[in-house]
Design a protein around this ligand. Structure first.
Ligand code: FAD
Length: 410
């Protein structure tokens, strides 16, 4: 396989994360085969788990995948936020559909299982891209892999995450560090746990936010977000630092969850985002080349929308490419793809920018900080009024995929 030359594909997707796999599933459902290139040797589930809001489940319904997950994960309808310094506890209610945390691995595998086995090419790191004019305004993407392989493609979709090579090629501004970082992991209680089936969150005056969220009767997803810090080192060291330095003033119930960490899943990440105006005014596509997921709209995690919006991207891309196939009598017409991608970008630009903005503001308020009025906003107004309003962003329905076989659009 290594060092191959000049294969021609209809669609190449770079990255087998949530966005890349979901986009390949969406395309498969509209009758278009995509080759997914992934630099790792297998599916990469860094981050342990994530919470999916109603918009993500609607997108998973459209992709035909949600049933694979809903039977293993029960929805959560409420949670509490405890201020470590004052002891105040606020209740948080989620929408009537609730939210569902899922293991990342389960989500990625559920998507990958929908795809033909030869559609994901692992150990395939994208190194460079060229665009070759074909005459008549059409162009093809030429993808160069680190192993020397060259692949030509009529459409190229960069789902290669926050440090996307494709986004850089498009000229999008580099993502910025929000000044916040997060540690995440699973916690396992082999004999079962005794906690409520609710999200338990903690905030303090020093700009820390932490939570634990039950995945099932034995496992939790827990995280801690703090300002500016960089944690490196072995998993044991990260766990020790959380217990002894970052969360030493947190209640014993939280520390107990951290002590039960499955150290093989612990990871630390700087929280990155792209300025919303770079998304509104930037080049999200050039002809038949575009980006989806974090490659387009890296956002801080405080609304839990990065993964959900990646699933939305996949459905919207699938819809526009599928509609082009329908319009052209079931054929994948190269010359029509730039228009389909343009329509995708038009539909996603403002939605992505509003999620990045909402997430950043949500993080900024929830971490509180030194200024009294920010703390007042968080402790008196945010969870009662603003969180529900921002939560409206999570009730979005990105729509369905067209039924290609019957030749009918949804
Ligand atoms: C602390 C934290 C908590 C979060 N919590 C939530 C949450 O609760 N809910 C939620 O919806 N979202 C959450 N998110 C966001 C979510 O994790 C991301 O938005 C989501 O993983 C983006 O998926 P992606 O496929 O775009 O990118 P990624 O998951 O980063 O996948 C990119 C893939 O591309 C591959 N790749 C990269 N470069 C190359 C290359 N050059 N060649 C080939 N392959 C390449 C990578 O190996 C990777 O597999 C959270 C994020 C963080 C940091």
């Amino acid at each position: 396989m290594k060092g191959e030359m000049e294969r021609m594909e209809d669609v190449v997707i770079v990255g087998a994360g949530i966005a890349g796999l979901a986009t390949a599933v969406a395309l498969k459902r509209v009758g278009v085969r995509a080759l997914v290139l992934e630099r790792s040797q297998g599916i990469r589930a860094t981050g342990a788990a994530l919470t999916l809001f109603p918009n993500a489940w609607l997108a998973l319904d459209a992709l035909g995948v949600s049933h694979r997950l809903t039977r293993s994960y029960d929805p959560l309808f409420k949670g509490s936020v405890t201020n470590i310094n004052t002891g105040d506890v606020q209740q948080v209610l989620f929408s009537e559909q609730g939210i569902r945390p899922v293991h990342r691995k389960a989500l990625l595998e559920a998507l990958a299982e929908e795809l033909p086995t030869d559609s994901i090419r692992f150990s395939s790191k994208l190194a460079a891209i060229e665009s070759q004019e074909q005459g008549g305004g059409a162009s093809i993407a030429v993808v160069h892999l680190e192993d020397g392989t060259t692949i030509k493609s009529k459409v190229l979709i960069g789902c290669d995450g926050v440090h996307s090579v494709v986004a850089r090629w498009l000229g999008l501004a580099e993502p910025l560090h929000s000044g916040r970082s997060a540690v995440r992991s699973l916690a396992v209680f082999p004999q079962g746990h005794r906690f409520k089936h609710e999200v338990q969150q903690y905030v303090d005056q020093a700009g820390k936010r932490a939570a634990f969220i039950p995945l099932n009767d034995r496992e939790f997803y827990w995280f801690l977000t703090c300002k500016g810090e960089n944690m490196t080192g072995e998993p044991e060291q990260i766990q020790r630092e959380v217990l002894e330095k970052y969360a030493d003033n947190f209640p014993s119930i939280y520390l107990d969850v951290v002590r039960h960490a499955d150290l093989s899943t612990i990871s630390w990440a700087p929280l990155m985002f792209r300025h919303p105006w770079r998304i509104i005014f930037g080049n999200l596509n050039k002809g038949n080349i575009t980006v989806a997921g974090d490659a387009m709209h890296p956002m801080t995690p405080e609304l839990g929308q990065g993964g959900g919006s990646s699933l939305e991207d996949a459905v919207v891309l699938g819809r526009h490419i599928g509609n082009s196939v329908i319009k052209n009598g079931g054929l994948f017409v190269e010359g029509d793809m730039a228009r389909a991608i343009d329509d995708y970008v038009k539909e996603r630009r403002w939605r992505a920018a509003s999620l990045v903005t909402g997430s950043y503001l949500s993080g900024w308020i929830q971490l509180g900080g030194a200024k009294w009025w920010v703390r007042f906003l968080r402790d008196r107004l945010f969870y009662k009024y603003i969180f529900g309003w921002l939560g409206g962003l999570a009730r979005y329905n990105c729509g369905n995929l067209p039924a290609v076989s019957s030749g009918k659009e949804d």
